[in-house]
Design a protein around this ligand. Structure first.
Ligand code: XIL
Length: 319
């Protein structure tokens, strides 16, 4: 039978979902039945288990218990895996964020973390989000501990360590609010160009795609095109399109959401360098949205009861 991934594969792309053993009910039969179906999902992104606070919660002590489970599950079902995320200011243990570092000591910490984690999963990740959310909305660098101590060089340090540890993985810089043409996406693109010009190993730009229904940027396609023209591979990495819930008019809300999913899907479809789309979980039952954006939800193609919404059919039709 056909599904979102089988349609994507016909375009030379993949369709994936986020999921994680301990957070997303992988043992739930319905979740697992849909997520494991290769016609729906060709790729999985561990939603939390590869983040720094889980993999190295205390310095030099590495833990892969949760991530190894989701990775084994994904490999059993023949899925590609998007590694996520090696260097990020969030879900970062306090020994890193509040340590008293200088450039030499923090560089060693970043290099060791990236090397250890990427080596552990060597050959199993087709992409790695090496650096996540490096920018502010105005295109300046986010004032993370990494940027404070190392400046922009932390990005190169992380990319080089990842390339050395797992030469087969495509290395991504991932961010949100970079789907349309704006100051932040321009800064991301300019960073990519600088890294390329300096011979730093980097392959892709990840556009998270945490969007709002009815407010999807109209210039996504133009933005993807300018990134592709700079030689970047592009992935939509964490797509969900939230709305206020419950909507005043369910039918209208479903139709708008379908239109929004169509806009994003079409932009990836027509951009040759856009390699695939990942939804940030696939069912409203397991979305992160309601816990983080008060009063919002209904952001995914399957509803809380695992039923396909009009958005699902819009993606399928558009791919
Ligand atoms: C989210 C997870 O889905 C939640 O379970 C967790 O509590 C917070 O992080 N950008 C990212 C993802 O790159 O890692 C985030 O995932 C969502 C925003």
């Amino acid at each position: 039978t056909d599904g979102l991934n089988s349609f994507a594969v016909r375009r030379g792309k993949y369709f994936g979902t986020a999921g994680d053993w301990i957070y997303d009910d992988v043992m739930n039969c319905t979740w697992a039945r849909i997520a494991s179906d290769p016609s729906e999902f060709g790729s999985i992104t561990p939603g939390n288990s590869q983040k720094w606070d889980t993999t190295e919660s205390s310095q030099g002590s590495f833990n892969y218990a949760d991530s190894d489970q989701i990775v084994a599950w994904a490999l059993k079902y023949g899925k590609k895996i998007r590694g996520h995320a090696l260097v990020w200011h969030s879900q970062l243990p306090s020994w890193v964020s509040t340590g008293s570092w200088n450039a030499t000591t923090l560089k060693a910490v970043v290099e060791n973390h990236v090397t250890q984690v990427a080596t552990h999963f060597k050959g199993k990740m087709f992409h790695w989000d090496v650096v996540n959310e490096a920018f502010n909305e105005d295109g300046t660098f986010r004032d993370s501990i990494f940027y404070q101590i190392l400046g922009e060089s932390y990005i190169e340090i992380a990319l080089r360590a990842a390339a050395a540890a797992d030469p087969a993985a495509k290395l991504y810089i991932n961010d949100y609010n970079v789907e349309g043409v704006n100051a932040k996406s321009t800064a991301l693109l300019n960073l990519f160009k600088r890294l390329k010009a300096a011979g730093v190993p980097v392959h892709g730009l990840g556009l998270q795609g945490h969007l709002i229904s009815g407010q999807v940027p109209t210039d996504i396609e133009a933005n993807l095109n300018r990134m592709a023209a700079a030689g970047a591979e592009i992935a939509i990495t964490e797509l969900d399109i939230r709305m206020n819930v419950p909507p005043a008019n369910q039918t209208a809300a479903d139709a708008q959401l379908a239109k929004d999913y169509e806009t994003v899907t079409k932009a990836c479809k027509v951009t040759g360098r856009c390699v695939g789309i990942t939804v940030w979980n696939f069912t409203d039952k397991n979305s992160w949205v309601p816990s983080v954006f008060a009063g919002q939800g209904d952001a995914l193609p399957w509803d809380k009861n695992f039923q396909k919404k009009p958005a699902y059919y819009a993606i399928a039709r558009t791919l």
